[in-house]
Design a binder for this molecule. Structure first.
Ligand SMILES: [Zn+2]
Length: 270
């Protein structure tokens, strides 16, 4: 079955993962900018990372026949140092015209601190000024509900933001409804330990049956599974979902959201 992986941190994965994803039916992989697992010490580290995401990684993916797209930003885990954040945000615009860039992401909150919210707003403003799509990371576990509310309020208070051009990722049972009600798209992240298991994600899909939901693995340098999306598709099949309905969730839904980006449309036809 063909699918799109809309959230994967491939810089942390081996080339064999690209190969296995392609074999499982992956057509395109999208990589938000994120925390490397350690704090970068200067804007130069981000400059090189943005170069890696826009030049090197698409070539590596292409060797397995996969299209590679990316999102750019400074992530919330490195947002406490406001001066660093300002300098990194100033680097972003020069990369936005590169052909695989989809927008600003994954911006968001981690511990819901004042500085994180400030940096989130700066990047929301950048996206609005540059007419970019936005991908949002929501906090983990006990911080998720409050963080999601703060994020939704921020979007609501900025009239330039069109809700349908924002995907809010890592939603769970207690946050999915408020995200969809606000008109945004919602991402269900399939993670072995935290976030959603395949069974929980399918329960949510069965409850909300919405064209504004997508599935992703968010695989990175931690315990995670680059094949989580096709494995969940398999589980949906076992539960009796029709092939067309599964393909809607794992291929057409992400394709529809991402097609709002001219760079995606130029390189990929659904
Ligand atoms: Zn991520």
């Amino acid at each position: 079955m063909k699918y799109i992986e809309p959230h994967a941190h491939m810089v942390s994965r081996v080339t064999d993962d690209y190969e296995r994803m392609a074999l499982a039916g992956c057509q395109a992989v999208c990589e938000p900018a994120f925390w490397a697992g350690f704090d970068r010490s200067s804007p130069a580290g981000f400059y090189d990372y943005f170069g890696q995401l826009t030049e090197h990684e698409p070539k590596r993916a292409a060797k397995s026949g996969l299209k590679h797209f990316c999102w750019l930003c400074i992530n919330s885990k490195e947002a406490e140092d406001l001066k660093l954040a300002e300098e990194v945000i100033a680097l972003v615009p020069q990369f936005l015209a590169r052909p695989n860039v989809l927008g600003i992401g994954e911006i968001g909150l981690n511990k819901n601190s004042r500085n994180e919210l400030r940096v989130f707003e700066m990047q929301m403003d950048l996206a609005a000024r540059q007419d970019q799509l936005i991908l949002v990371h929501t906090p983990h576990l006990e911080d998720k509900l409050k963080g999601t509310r703060l994020i939704l309020d921020a979007f609501k208070s900025d009239r330039r933001i069109q809700p349908g051009r924002v995907i809010i990722d890592h939603v769970e049972e207690h946050t999915v409804e408020m995200v969809l009600d606000a008109g945004h798209w919602a991402g269900l992240t399939l993670y072995p330990e935290t976030k959603c298991s395949p069974a929980r994600a399918i329960d949510i899909l069965e409850t909300y049956r919405c064209e504004r939901l997508w599935l992703n693995s968010a695989c990175d340098w931690g315990v995670s599974d680059p094949l989580a999306v096709p494995k969940t598709a398999q589980e949906m099949k076992r539960r009796g979902h029709l092939t067309a309905a599964i393909e809607q969730v794992v291929y057409h839904n992400p394709g529809k959201f991402l097609s709002q980006s001219p760079h995606f449309r130029n390189a990929f036809s659904l």
